[in-house]
Design a protein around this ligand. Structure first.
Ligand SMILES: [Zn+2]
Ligand SMILES: [Zn+2]
Length: 153
């Protein structure tokens, strides 16, 4: 949905601030984006094409891959993309796809509440970020013990 007005021979600023579901579609908001997604930048007529550059700022809630707690992180994504001049309709460029792609490509492969998250105790399930639960987590499954010996020798 975000469309930017171009300025022939010059540059024009743009700014959007709306929920991800408004900017994109309902499916997108299901990914945990909270509040408004803020987008600002400028479109410049560089002669042979238009250059659209700027930044996306948003907040996302997610479940930590290691400790399974809910966490929230600020995200900033920069973009800088060329558009063929023929893409502009009545001097207006639809940048929805670009912004959606930037946002999707910028999502982390791993969702961690913090870089050094300790995760859950495999024995009792306690969140190890809250302190050590006291379990002996170094007892190796006997079926795996022989593999471990092999690795050490
Ligand atoms: Zn975590
Ligand atoms: Zn434990």
């Amino acid at each position: 949905m975000p469309k930017v007005q171009t300025a022939r021979g010059g540059s024009a600023p743009f700014e959007f601030s709306a929920a991800a579901s408004v900017l994109f579609d309902e499916d997108f908001s299901a990914d945990g984006f909270v509040g408004d997604v803020k987008i600002f930048g400028e479109v410049e007529d560089v002669g042979r094409c238009f250059v659209v550059r700027g930044r996306i700022e948003c907040r996302k809630t997610f479940t930590c891959d290691r400790c399974l707690t809910e966490a929230c992180a600020e995200q900033v994504h920069n973009f800088d993309e060329e558009f063929d001049k023929s893409a502009a309709v009545d001097d207006v460029l639809d940048v929805t796809e670009l912004l959606r792609d930037v946002l999707l490509a910028g999502q982390p492969m791993k969702n961690l509440c913090k870089a050094d998250c300790l995760g859950l105790c495999p024995v009792c399930g306690a969140n190890l970020n809250d302190g050590d639960c006291g379990c002996d987590r170094f007892t190796v499954d006997p079926r795996l013990a022989s593999l471990q010996d092999f690795k050490l020798s």
